[in-house]
Write a protein that binds this ligand. Structure first.
Ligand code: AMP
Length: 442
């Protein structure tokens, strides 16, 4: 199928061609028609598959055919994070650049005044995070009664416990009669059920296997004791010379500490999380995209939607508590057809999270021990089965080809454990020790 066949008009086709897209992605082929015809939509699309254009293009098309006499928003796109809102606004501007349609992103952490001013000038597409949208509405700065289409991007997150009260409040501000579109890489069974309360006869589009992680992402886990994770990360960063890696930490404090540890060893690292000001968040992300920052340490704020073109490496310093977040996190790499690597540093305490993740992705993660960092506290085998090499034991290859981990020597402060953890150990599984590891050279 070509873009010409999807019912898009010339200004949009021109912008598509300016963007260098030659043909629609699977989600675009599947979603653009139903969106144009006014149907509700529940789309499961893997991250990085072009889902933003899958809703932005047909919405621009629809708006182009309507008058907007009151200058009130006709399309409302809700997202969980500020970065994602800014990114969608940028996409709407890119695809709408040959139209007169106006898009605006509003989110917290920045002054509300300029947003109010822009809203007064008239907006067609409003992209918003829930909290700031409600503030603007309370201040009478935005009238949502003319919204024809509501889009919930990262819908599973928008409908979960944290956001659902805001979503319910926003629903009350919208007209009853409207088109609703939901996009997400994953839907848990409960969220799927809840989603149907907001949709009427939706077309379901599923361009990926349920909750599967991107095929283009090589996934591996390194078992390691909790107290040695930071040291192992530094070891891997230096050994592999990673020029761009996104590291996920479960806490803001942990992200700050990890960043400090990396900076101390000469790595250009920055942290991005909810305690940073919006200006700091924007700068860290920009610096990372431009290559000024090599390692960006993030909480799950960055796990959704953020598009960093050709990001080669995602590292889970901690496993997420919600298994679907694993899929979102690793979806930051291997986007738009490129390949990527995802490495998880997993300690014994995280065996439950690991089991849940392996259930969601429907396969066990390949385990590769890093020589010199073999854990004292063994990561229990997962019931999920066997590793990719067909080793039914459930894992544990020791990768002797990565060096002996001596780099971090002296900085571990391993206290009671007097054995020299950085001394190369005999491989537990010598048959696999000579295996070339893709991550080591990524
Ligand atoms: P998304 O899943 O919306 O975050 O998009 C992922 C990436 O795919 C973005 O960098 C888009 O610019 C790119 N993209 C979207 N549609 C296409 C297409 N039809 N052909 C090539 N790249 C695309």
């Amino acid at each position: 199928m070509s873009f010409n066949e999807l019912g898009l008009s010339e200004p949009l086709l021109k912008a598509i061609s300016d963007s260098g897209y030659t043909e629609p992605t699977a989600i675009q082929s599947a979603a653009i028609g139903p969106v144009l015809s006014g149907k509700d939509l529940m789309a499961s699309a893997q991250t990085g598959t072009g889902k933003t254009a899958a809703f932005t293009l047909p919405l621009l098309e629809k708006l182009g055919q309507l008058d907007n006499p009151g200058n009130h928003p006709r399309v409302l796109i809700i997202t969980p994070t500020r970065e994602l809102a800014a990114q969608i606004e940028a996409s709407a501007n890119t695809y709408g650049k040959h139209t007169t349609l106006q898009s605006l992103a509003v989110f917290g952490g920045v002054k509300i005044g300029p947003q109010i001013k822009k809203l007064r000038q008239g907006i067609d597409i409003l992209v918003a995070t829930p909290g700031r949208l409600l503030d603007l509405s309370q201040q009478g700065a935005v009238n949502l009664k003319h919204v024809d289409v509501l889009v919930l991007d990262e819908a599973d997150r928008m409908l979960d416990m944290g956001f659902i009260p805001d979503i319910k409040r926003i629903q009350k501000l919208l007209p009853e009669n409207k088109q609703t579109l939901m996009f997400s890489a994953t839907y848990s069974p409960e969220i799927r059920k809840l989603a149907h309360d907001y949709l009427s006869n939706p077309v379901e589009v599923n361009v990926t296997p349920k909750n599967a992680a991107a095929h283009t992402v090589e996934q591996v886990l390194h078992p390691v004791d909790k107290r040695r994770k930071s040291e192992l990360l530094q070891h891997l960063v230096h050994l592999n010379n990673w020029s761009q890696a996104l590291v996920f930490s479960k806490t803001k404090h942990g992200a700050n500490k990890l960043t400090r540890d990396l900076v101390k060893t000469g790595v250009r690292a920055a942290a991005i999380h909810g305690n940073k000001s919006q200006a700091q968040r924007t700068k860290a992300l920009e610096d990372f995209k431009r290559g000024k920052v090599e390692i960006l340490v993030a909480t799950d704020i960055a796990s959704r939607g953020i598009d960093i073109s050709e990001l080669p490496m995602v590292i889970n310093f901690d496993l997420p508590h919600v298994p679907e977040d694993y899929v979102h996190r690793i979806g930051r790499t291997g986007r738009a057809g490129t390949t990527g690597n995802a490495i998880s540093l997993v300690c014994a305490d995280e065996s439950k999270q690991l089991r849940d993740i392996e259930r969601v992705i429907k396969k066990p993660l390949e385990r590769v021990e890093i020589e010199g960092f073999e854990p004292d506290h063994v990561l229990p085998l997962s019931s999920a089965g066997h590793d990719r090499s067909g080793n039914n034991s459930g894992f544990s290859k020791n990768n002797g080809s990565r060096g002996n981990g001596s780099r971090g020597n002296g900085s571990r402060g391993n206290g009671s454990n007097g054995n020299s953890r950085n001394r190369p150990r005999r491989n537990r599984n010598s048959s696999s020790s000579s295996r070339t590891n893709k991550q080591a050279t990524a």
